[in-house]
Design a protein around this ligand. Structure first.
Ligand SMILES: C[S@@+](CC[C@H](N)C(=O)[O-])C[C@H]1O[C@@H](n2cnc3c(N)ncnc32)[C@H](O)[C@@H]1O
Length: 320
């Protein structure tokens, strides 16, 4: 059996995408490789934070519509880039062997790197955090600029697990301002998953950079997934405060130009955004270069008022 047949069999029998199937195939040998592969898949790491705009629920739809992952991508030679990584749902779905991740949220990036390099200290530290409102307010009030990386990562995971809706929102000065959330016994320290995440990040580069920096290294054949802060669907529904800088018309156009530049470089590019006239217009302008705009359903709940919840369409822009 050739390696490609083995990857295909693992992918079909375990119902996993072929990029992840490549990584799994590298780690299993012998006659019982399907059973070994099944165990690896059961133990697959998952995102360690809840992140607004997380793509987990959408991935099955992307796959069913055959929009993802791009068939032409060869994970043995080419690399994966996720410049707006957030919770990293797509990275954790693909688990490519060579990946470059970035985000402008510095506390999030510190957390990824602490998990990667010092997961046991993090687990030990997180076990001291408790689900209690006064304790929460005390931790929230701390200034991350004055904390060590280990303290930043512990505080970040703790706040994410115990704040209202797992949101990340900062005020104009960059201070985290999400209220305490009501949960029954929230899991603050998921040590099993943190260890799995740590293992999956070995060899992965995670930087606190603007998206334009990380993609400078992208070459022909590399796969890039852009999941930027979405263009607001309406004035009231606007949610662009992952960082203290907004990501509006000018930034969206610059990102569109970057998409086109990478397309011309021969990269495989996929981008998510809201289904708004503005986003359709700016990507419509580059359809003549072979770029496609696909509509997908998104069950998004970013508005805390129940009347604002509901199904919103999204666009997935691809060049393959
Ligand atoms: C829609 S979220 C990504 C969600 C992610 N795909 C997930 O599954 O959780 C957008 C992310 O982009 C980050 N961001 C905003 N502006 C950025 C920039 N200029 N460069 C890099 N990251 C940026 C935000 O901090 C946020 O984490």
């Amino acid at each position: 059996m050739t390696r490609n047949q083995k990857v295909e069999e693992i992918s079909n029998r375990l119902n996993i995408n072929y990029i992840y199937a490549h990584s799994v195939a590298d780690r299993v040998t012998g006659d019982n490789y399907i059973e070994d592969a099944r165990r690896l898949v059961i133990d697959k790491p998952k995102p360690f934070v809840k992140w607004v705009g997380g793509k987990r629920q959408l991935l099955k739809q992307f796959r069913d519509l055959k929009l993802y992952p791009p068939e032409k991508f060869n994970p043995k030679i080419n690399r994966y880039f996720e410049p707006f990584v957030g919770g990293g749902a797509v990275f954790f779905d693909l688990l490519p062997r060579q990946a470059f991740l970035s985000d402008l949220n510095s506390e999030l990036v510190v957390t990824y790197n602490v998990i990667k390099n010092d997961v046991e200290s993090l687990i030990k530290s997180l076990k001291k955090y408790k689900y209690d409102k006064d304790f929460y307010l005390e931790i929230r009030a701390k200034n991350p600029d004055k904390l060590s990386d280990l303290e930043i990562a512990s505080r970040f995971i703790y706040l994410n697990r115990t704040c209202f809706n797992g949101m990340y929102r900062v005020n104009s000065k960059g201070g985290f301002n999400v209220p305490f959330g009501a949960y029954t016994n929230p899991m603050i320290c998921d040590e099993v998953n943190l260890r799995r995440v740590s293992e999956s990040l070995k060899g992965v580069e995670i930087k606190n950079q603007d998206y334009k920096e990380i993609i400078k290294n992208a070459k022909k054949g590399d796969f890039i997934y852009f999941d930027p802060p979405y263009y607001p669907v309406s004035k009231t529904a606007s949610f662009t405060s992952y960082t203290k800088d907004a990501f509006l018309d000018k930034e969206q156009i610059k990102l569109r130009d970057t998409f086109l530049e990478l397309h011309k470089r021969g990269c495989l590019v996929m981008l998510s955004n809201s289904d708004t006239p503005f986003i359709n217009k700016i990507y419509g302008e580059i359809e003549k270069f072979g770029i496609k705009i696909k509509k997908v359903d998104a069950g998004r709940a970013i508005n805390s008022k129940s009347s604002g919840r509901g199904k919103i369409k999204e666009v997935l822009v691809i060049n393959y």
